[in-house]
Design a protein around this ligand. Structure first.
Ligand SMILES: [Fe+2]
Ligand SMILES: [Fe+2]
Length: 224
């Protein structure tokens, strides 16, 4: 909230503005943390993702995770936009700084003045792998649980004759789940741990995540 007739240049000249309004004073500090941090829009988040990532697979992965986060947010009455941008940018640094995964994302997003709870959520998806930040909030647990799973489901889509998620079944994914050499990069232990955090069976999480990705596909966010 900006009180008074200040543009940003005026705010720099007068870092603390006290406005007299009838019978009381309003105090406004233009450098407050609250004012510096601003909720990133979906457009800003997508532009940032494309600025740091040129590989189509990474952008598609961000979009897949975004669609699943939006699904879970909607289902639980949470902030769909917030969950979506966190999903979209969770691997922001991966193409350029794979050895500093999560650490560089924190740095980039701090420079962009993203709110701390957004950054914390993103960093927590690497818990036990490249981050010490444990997923605590429901949003963080969902992100942790579905990140690797979207990779497994995407791999399942690519080997289907239809190349479509719309006819993918939970049964088919669970078959691949047990074939550990298939999409070996999709860490089943992390997915199982995430499902446990959410109090869900792996099969239930797979089913919900497929539904979420199908919804994303229908909205033309991820797959055809
Ligand atoms: Fe990651
Ligand atoms: Fe990821």
């Amino acid at each position: 909230m900006q009180l008074g007739a200040g543009n940003s240049q005026q705010a720099i000249k007068f870092p603390q503005t006290i406005l007299k309004s009838k019978n009381y004073y309003l105090f406004y500090d233009p450098y407050s943390q609250e004012e510096m941090e601003k909720q990133p829009s979906r457009n800003e988040a997508y532009s940032l993702l494309c600025e740091y990532n040129k590989q189509e697979s990474l952008i598609r992965h961000g979009l897949a995770v975004e669609s699943v986060m939006r699904y879970f947010a909607e289902k639980s009455g949470e902030d769909v936009e917030k969950w979506g941008v966190i999903g979209l940018c969770h691997d922001l640094d991966y193409e350029q700084f794979p050895d500093q995964h999560c650490t560089m994302t924190r740095k980039i997003l701090e420079e962009q003045h993203w709110p701390e709870d957004y950054i914390r959520a993103i960093v927590s998806h690497g818990w036990g792998i490249c981050s010490d930040t444990e997923p605590v909030q429901y949003l963080e647990k969902v992100l942790f649980a579905i990140d690797e799973l979207t990779g497994l489901i995407t791999a399942c889509v690519y080997v289907r004759p239809s190349k479509s998620i719309l006819d993918l079944t939970t049964k088919s994914v669970m078959k691949k789940w047990n074939t550990r050499s298939f999409a070996a990069g999709a860490n089943r232990d992390v997915i199982a741990k995430g499902a446990g955090m959410l109090g869900m069976k792996v099969e239930e999480l797979v089913e919900e995540t497929i539904l979420a990705m199908q919804k994303g596909a229908e909205l033309n966010i991820t797959f055809k």
